[in-house]
Each structure stands twice: as structure tokens, then as C-alpha cells.
Design a binder for this molecule. Structure first.
Ligand code: SAM
Length: 283
């Protein structure tokens, strides 16, 4: 086990600093302080972040940290930490790591024993979720689905029985194809599309997937799609899943009849049906 006391020792640290997803007034005083004091600011795009820092009057000590060379970038930043530098990681907008680079760096910094410290702030999916009107918890943040139709369908099938609110990011030029696949796999559920959050044209479209599909060709800007989770009565469990679940209980030492009872309760099925699936004959 590794235990991190974030502020107990002086020494170099890695800060994860969110930046505004639109409205620049959402930059917090703490984020500004951390960025001003950091020896190095690692970012996705030095031009985008350079403009942001310039806006806030922070001298730019930027280096590029990018997805396509995360391996080398992470190693370079670990070296900077080892040399005694405090590093702040930012992305183009919102939290680093949330569909943005940073995962590799965080893992390596943790392994190397450097404190990894989050600064609170903006993320598009949390803004979208809390104002959506859909159940705020439990939720599952998926981020971007795969761009290809077949992979997207497979990914959606994985989530189709999940009872929690599902949250996706999508680009405007793909939203229609994505909603078409969501409709095919998840059905015509209630959904909310939040666009241009914190900006002048912020908009929430609350309706069914079919209703969203009707208007989505006209929609532009950055968007988050949230879809209500599967209702208990919609959850389709395969016979194989039921068998596997009951057999796993038996392997754990639970008696066969109790395993049948627990499985029936878990999947809201009749005990006879579960017994039949597991043993082949009705009880
Ligand atoms: N790191 C960011 C975060 O914490 O939200 C996400 C970065 S990801 C590369 C960009 C995607 O986030 C966009 O395609 C969109 O789906 C979503 N997004 C970012 N800003 C947004 C905004 N102002 N309104 C709605 N969605 C936004």
C-alpha cells in the first residue's frame, strides 16, 4: 500500500489543475495560485494554454504533454520532478485525464512516490449531469464511444443493462450517427443533451432519443449526452449469465438451493426458472 499525505513534506509535487470549459470566470483562485507557483506547466497544446496563461497574467513555463507520446512525455516529467521541480498538469479545457492526456503521468508519478494533488474545478460531464434532471447517482461516465459503427454498437451493448445514468461525450459531426446507434441498442429512453456549457449559447435538450435525433442535425458546439439507465423491467439477462452467477455461488460454498434462491432474487426471476437453467429440470 502507498499512503500519500499531500502536504506533509516540502518537495516536488504533481498538481492536476482543471481549466475553464468555456467561461473564463470559472478559473479558481487556487488554480491560479498553483499555476503561478509551479516550476513547469505541462499542457496539451502550448498555443491554447499559452493564451489562457496570458489572459491571467501567468508567466508561461509551458511544456507539451501529449496523448500520442504519453510514454516519453511522462518520463520527461518524472525527470523534472526528480530534479526538484513542482509540475502542474493542465489540458485544453476541464480536467486533465478526463478524455484528455495525463493517465500515464499520474501512474508514473504515483509509482515514483511523488504526491499527486488534485485542484477542484470544471468538468463538462459534472456540469451536464447535475443540471440534467436525470438521476445524478449512480452514474457511469463513458466519455467518447468508439468512432466506428461496429465498435460503438459493441460498446453500447456492454452498457445496455446498466441501471445508472450513462454519460457520453460526442463531437457535433458524429452526434447523429451516435444517437442512431444509441437508439438501436438502448431503445428510446429519456435523454438529455447539454451543449456549450458555461458559454453564451448553453442549452439543455431534454426528451427522448428519437426527439433528440430529430433536431441534432442542426446542433453545433461541444456536447454531452446523458441517457437514463436501464429500468429493472428492461434488463435482459441471458440464460448463460444466470447459470454462471448461480454456479459461482455454489463454488463459493453456498448450498445449491440457496444459490438458486439468491440468483432468483438478484435477477428478479422465478426460482423454478433458475433451477431449470442451472439443473436442466424444474424443481
Ligand atoms: N477534459 C474535459 C473535461 O473535463 O470535461 C473534456 C475534454 S474532451 C477532449 C472534449 C469534450 O468534452 C467535448 O467534445 C465535449 O463532449 C465535452 N465538452 C467540453 N467542454 C464542453 C462544454 N463547454 N459544453 C459541453 N461539452 C463540453
Amino acid at each position: 500500500m502507498k499512503r500519500q499525505k499531500s502536504f506533509e513534506e516540502d518537495g516536488p509535487k504533481l498538481y492536476l489543475v482543471p481549466t475553464p470549459i468555456g467561461n473564463l470566470n470559472e478559473m479558481t483562485p487556487r488554480a491560479l495560485e498553483v499555476l503561478s507557483k509551479a516550476d513547469v506547466i505541462a499542457c496539451e497544446d502550448t498555443r491554447t494554454s499559452g493564451q489562457l496563461l496570458h489572459h491571467f497574467g501567468i508567466p508561461s513555463r509551458l511544456i507539451a504533454y501529449q496523448n500520442f507520446n504519453e510514454d516519453t512525455s511522462a518520463k520527461g516529467i518524472i525527470k523534472l520532478l526528480q530534479e526538484g521541480n513542482t509540475v502542474a498538469l493542465i489540458s485544453d479545457a476541464g480536467y486533465p485525464l478526463i478524455n484528455d492526456p495525463g493517465q500515464r503521468l499520474v501512474n508514473e508519478a504515483v509509482n515514483a512516490g511523488f504526491p499527486v494533488i488534485p485542484v477542484s474545478g470544471c468538468s463538462a460531464f459534472l456540469d451536464a449531469l447535475v443540471a440534467s434532471g436525470l438521476k445524478a447517482q449512480p452514474f457511469l461516465f463513458v466519455g467518447f464511444l468508439p468512432p466506428s459503427h461496429n465498435d460503438r454498437i459493441k460498446a453500447l451493448q456492454m452498457y445496455q443493462n446498466y441501471p445508472m445514468t450513462l454519460i457520453f461525450y460526442e463531437a457535433p459531426h458524429r452526434i447523429e450517427r451516435m444517437l442512431t446507434d444509441v437508439l438501436a441498442v438502448l431503445g428510446n429512453r429519456q435523454a438529455v443533451l447539454a451543449r456549450e456549457l458555461t458559454k453564451v449559447h448553453e442549452e439543455f435538450l431534454r426528451g427522448t432519443i428519437e426527439e433528440l435525433l430529430e433536431v441534432c442535425p442542426t446542433l453545433k458546439g461541444e456536447m454531452v449526452l446523458m441517457v437514463e439507465g436501464a429500468k429493472q423491467e428492461e434488463v435482459q439477462v441471458s440464460d448463460e449469465d444466470v447459470r454462471k452467477y448461480a454456479n459461482a455461488l455454489v463454488e463459493q460454498g453456498i448450498s445449491r438451493s440457496d444459490a438458486v434462491k439468491q440468483t432468483a432474487k438478484k435477477f428478479n426471476l422465478a426460482k423454478n426458472r433458475v433451477y431449470e437453467l442451472v439443473h436442466g429440470d424444474p424443481q
